[in-house]
Each structure stands twice: as structure tokens, then as C-alpha cells.
Write a protein that binds this ligand. Structure first.
Ligand SMILES: Cc1ncc(C[n+]2csc(CCOP(=O)(O)OP(=O)(O)O)c2C)c(N)n1
Length: 331
């Protein structure tokens, strides 16, 4: 990768970190309601993975989705506004933190039900194959999802039908307060791939380039008809499961230990060691990001709430059907 590409990855990771920190403050200030699952510590996974996608590829993820939305290029203003429940949000303020989406960018969400998006993503991969589009699907989940029935059903069909999909597990060691090894009979999640005859690989999820390389390889293989695969990125969330988590299940030393491997700091050191940029360049990027996030918070705060009359819009299929019919009549 050249200097600009590396700095772009750096910028995105800093953006996600700062965005999440400000979202936490807004939540504490009662500007954001409902659930809020932060992505701090895991930035290298979303940024590395999404940087390996083409615009035509499809992306599905679970409720810890802010990092994916930002990495996929959704406007920070519209993402923050969605968290604030405002009409200017990416889902018009009716989805909230767990349901970010942007159809234009082939970012299909943001799903609150653990494992619920796996059959949908697999169906999208079937559509890609059926339409001979040579696009592939990236389906992201937490390690907790791999103990859910849909995981096994989805992987089975994907392997059986040789679908163009990459399942990417973010193993952040815990599902809510439960250590992965207390919930999964197979601790090394990538080994679950062998039950379906697909390739599985574990990788360092704190290394943005390792994630990018592995996702790029497997997505390209999937696009060329090589079938599905399962990747397990080892990572860690620095904050609680959600804002309501008192974190009684882990020691501070464990959190500190993972922070020593911080993905942003690591990329910073790499860039500086390679003399691609100096401390002032990185500081300038951080200052730019700070301004973008401040602007997003201001925009979200000042935006209007959805109108009561919009309550049923974009909720029921009848409305969509009516609009399509009206458009056809117009044509
Ligand atoms: C079907 C279902 N069961 C339970 C829940 C409650 N729940 C929300 S998050 C979560 C933990 C999932 O952990 P993991 O998949 O590892 O993702 P992480 O939060 O670590 O990113 C659970 C059990 C849910 N949302 N959906």
C-alpha cells in the first residue's frame, strides 16, 4: 500500500474511535436513547475488511455496526443523527444505533437479532450467484453468533451451493458478559468451517493490514466462484458490551493488556517507522477528524425528530408496493 492508502486507513480508524467516544458522551447526556454498542478497540477489523471490498460487493453486519457504516463511507453526520433518532439519520431516525443501513452503498445493516442476518446475507450471495454478477458478500458477526442455529444452516447452504460469501467473525472474547470458551464447545471458532468443508482461518484482528489482506484474498476467491470461507479475527472491545454494562466479568489488567496492542497505535508506529509520515502529519489527521465528529454531533443535535406523520413510512411493504405502482403508472 502507498502512503495515501495507509493514511486513509489510519484516518478511518481514528474517525471511528473518536466518533464512538463522542457517542458515549452523548448517550451519558441523554441525547441518545435505547441501546448503544461501541466499537472502540475493534477498529482494525471493520477498516481492514471494508477496505478490501469493491463498491458492488454487499455488506451485512450485527448491531455493533457504527464502525462498518463509517468505513463503508456513510456520512458521519447522518450516522450520528441516526443514533440521536433524528429525521436526518441514515434510517430517518427510526432505526437507531443497531439499524444503520445504506442501500446505495450496498450496506444492508445493522441487525439486532444475534445471527438473524446470516440467512439474509446468504440469500444475497445466492442472488449474486443466480444473477451471475461476480460480486460477493461479506457477512460480519460476533463469535457468540456462531453458537446459533442460523450460523450452521447458513454455512451449510453456502458450502453446499458454493455461494460467493465470506463469513467474518469478530472474536472479541465475550458475548455480553460470557467468555467465549464458556459458550462455545469449539473455542477456536475458525475450526467450525471444517464441518462444512470450507476453509477457515484465524487472524490478528488488531492488525488492520492482516485483516485487509485476508479479506481481500477470500473475497476475490469468492467472486471467482471459489465458494465461501470463514475468517476469525481476534480482537477486543475496550468498553462494556453496551453502555449499560458494569463489566463485572473481567479484570482491568486484561483490558490494559489488550490496549498495549492497540490497532491505531500500531498503525501509527508502522507509518512512522517506515518514514511515510511524521508525528505532525498524524496530528493533523486527528485534528481534522475531531472537527468532523464535532460537526456530526452538532448536526445531529440540531436536526429535527421524525414527524409523527412519518411513523408508518418505510415500515410496511404495502407502502413500498404502493409507491412502485404509482411510479409505474406515472411511467
Ligand atoms: C437471538 C438473540 N439472542 C440473544 C440476544 C441478546 N444479545 C444481544 S448481544 C448478545 C451477545 C452476542 O455476542 P457476540 O455475537 O459475540 O457479539 P459482540 O457483542 O461480542 O460483538 C446477546 C446474547 C439477541 N439480541 N438475539
Amino acid at each position: 500500500m502507498n502512503r495515501d492508502d495507509l493514511l486513509s486507513l489510519y484516518r478511518q480508524m481514528v474517525l471511528i474511535r473518536r466518533f464512538e467516544e463522542r457517542a458515549a458522551e452523548a448517550y451519558a447526556g441523554a441525547k441518545i436513547g435505547g441501546f448503544l454498542h461501541l466499537y472502540i478497540g475493534e477498529e482494525a477489523v471493520a477498516v481492514g475488511a471494508v477496505s478490501a471490498l469493491k463498491a458492488e460487493d454487499h455488506l451485512f453486519t450485527h448491531y455493533r455496526d457504527h464502525g462498518y457504516a463509517l468505513a463503508r463511507g456513510l456520512e458521519p453526520r447522518a450516522v450520528m443523527a441516526e443514533l440521536f433518532g433524528k429525521a436526518t439519520g441514515v434510517s430517518k431516525g427510526k432505526g437507531g444505533s443497531m439499524h444503520l443501513a445504506d442501500v446505495q452503498r450496498h450496506f444492508w445493516g445493522g441487525y439486532a437479532i444475534v445471527g438473524g442476518h446470516l440467512p439474509l446475507a446468504t440469500g444475497m450471495a445466492l442472488a449474486c450467484q443466480y444473477q451471475d454478477s461476480h460480486n460477493a458478500v461479506l457477512c460480519v458477526m460476533g463469535e457468540g453468533s456462531t453458537n446459533i442455529g442460523e450460523f450452521h444452516e447458513a454455512l451449510n447452504l453456502a458450502a453446499l451451493w458454493h455461494l460467493p460469501i465470506l463469513y467474518l467473525v469478530e472474536n472479541n472474547c465475550y458475548g455480553m458478559g460470557t467468555l467465549a470458551s464458556r459458550a462455545s464447545a469449539e473455542e477456536e471458532i475458525y475450526r467450525k468451517a471444517c464441518a462444512y468443508g470450507m476453509s477457515g482461518q484465524r487472524l490478528d484482528g488488531m492488525d488492520v493490514l492482516a485483516v485487509r489482506d485476508a479479506v481481500a484474498d477470500h473475497m476475490e476467491r469468492a467472486r471467482r466462484g471459489g465458494g465461501p470461507a470463514l475468517l476469525e479475527a481476534m480482537t477486543y472491545r475496550y468498553r462494556g458490551h453496551s453502555m449499560a454494562d458494569p463489566e463485572l466479568y473481567r479484570h482491568k489488567e486484561e483490558v490494559q493488556g489488550w490496549k498495549l496492542r492497540d490497532p491505531i497505535r500500531r498503525l501509527e508506529m508502522m507509518i512512522q517507522d517506515a518514514e511515510l509520515a511524521g508525528a505532525p502529519d498524524l496530528e493533523r489527521i486527528r485534528a481534522e477528524v475531531e472537527a468532523v465528529v464535532e460537526d456530526a454531533v452538532r448536526f445531529a443535535d440540531q436536526s429535527p425528530a421524525p414527524a409523527p406523520s412519518a411513523l408508518f413510512e418505510d415500515v410496511y411493504a404495502e407502502e413500498a408496493v404502493r409507491r412502485v405502482a404509482a411510479a409505474r403508472r406515472g411511467a
